[in-house]
Ligand binder design. Structure first.
Ligand code: NAD
Length: 282
């Protein structure tokens, strides 16, 4: 059974992007956050990104208006009751996401698919918190969601084939290219991407080169569209630290040991683009 109505929980960096691409692809979308103000801030970002799309002639004014028409914001979890697919994009904390999956299991229909946009956490552990664990799956989007092509589908131990097929159809409908990976710390993407970002942070800490030059090495030498430090600022250094801490705890690998510099920046509230400063100033 395909989806017509999509719920998105968390209207931050990722949630608003997921709501955006879903509404633009023709789905009815309910965007939830803990306060109506936060949900509306997410909606305002979607409006802004669609306006840029119109300016660049990638989106017609009619398509923009239609996408906004299909979006509804809420601070009440029960408003997600009619959604056949709910995707959570709340902060990277296992307990928080488990609580949410438990609560969503109570609100949503038995055949609804519950998906997590986690960058690293165990889907199998998250699925265990839901009453229908076979309908839990990872849908890992990339930032900025409306521009990045990849959608990483993560299969928990409990995820059914039917659930994977249903989210495959959703991924195709929103125009993403899918990879399907087994539940494993950091999956296929974060495991490699975070390793690079943490090593770049350690190099900066050791004074190997400036932040700009470390990034240039990867951009000009390896053809990366963005340097690992610049990318950390875009992702959010708090988000990156949470992932590193989790991967380090799970794997014990020194590759993922969070560098002091990353911890210090987060403690100072320098979280990257969203606060105006991280490795770079904005
Ligand atoms: P964010 O901090 O920008 O947004 C989180 C949102 O969740 C905020 O709007 C917050 O108000 C809301 N929230 C907090 N508690 C909530 C609750 N109990 N119920 C509902 N909403 C709640 O975070 P983000 O960067 O969007 O990351 C969200 C998830 O996406 C994380 O799991 C992260 O690992 C993953 N992710 C992030 C990126 C990235 O580049 N930032 C990329 C891929 C995946």
């Amino acid at each position: 059974m395909s989806f017509s109505s999509i719920g998105v929980v968390g209207a931050g960096t990722m949630g608003h992007g997921i709501a955006h691409v879903s509404a633009q692809a023709g789905f009815q979308v309910v965007l939830f956050d803990v306060t109506l103000q936060a949900a509306e801030a997410g909606l305002a970002k979607i409006e802004k990104n669609l306006a840029v799309g119109v300016e660049k002639k990638k989106v017609t004014p009619e398509a923009k208006a239609a996408a906004l028409e299909r979006l509804r914001v809420t601070d009440s979890l029960s408003a997600l009751a009619g959604c056949q697919l709910v995707i959570e994009a709340v902060p990277e904390r296992l307990g928080l996401k488990q609580e949410l999956f438990k609560a969503l299991s109570g609100h949503c229909a038995d055949d609804a698919v519950l998906a997590s946009n986690t960058s690293s956490l165990s889907l199998t552990e998250l699925a265990a918190a839901a009453t229908q664990p076979q309908r839990v799956v990872g849908l890992h989007f990339f930032n900025p969601v409306h521009l990045m092509k990849l959608l990483e589908v993560v299969r928990a131990l409990q995820t059914s084939d039917e659930t994977v097929e249903r989210v495959r159809a959703y991924g195709a409908a929103i125009g993403k290219q899918l990879i399907v990976v087994k539940d494993s710390p950091g999956f296929a993407s974060s495991r490699l991407g975070v390793a690079l970002g943490l090593e770049a942070t350690r190099m900066l800490e050791e004074g190997v080169a400036s932040a700009a030059d470390i990034d240039q090495a990867m951009k000009l030498g390896y053809g990366h569209p963005m340097g690992p430090l610049e990318l950390g600022d875009l992702v959010g250094l708090d988000v990156r630290l949470a992932i590193a801490e989790y991967l380090y705890a799970e794997t014990g690998s020194p590759t993922f040991r969070p560098p002091q510099l990353l911890k210090k920046l987060v403690r100072a509230g320098k979280l990257g683009r969203k606060t105006g400063e991280g490795f770079f100033r904005y």
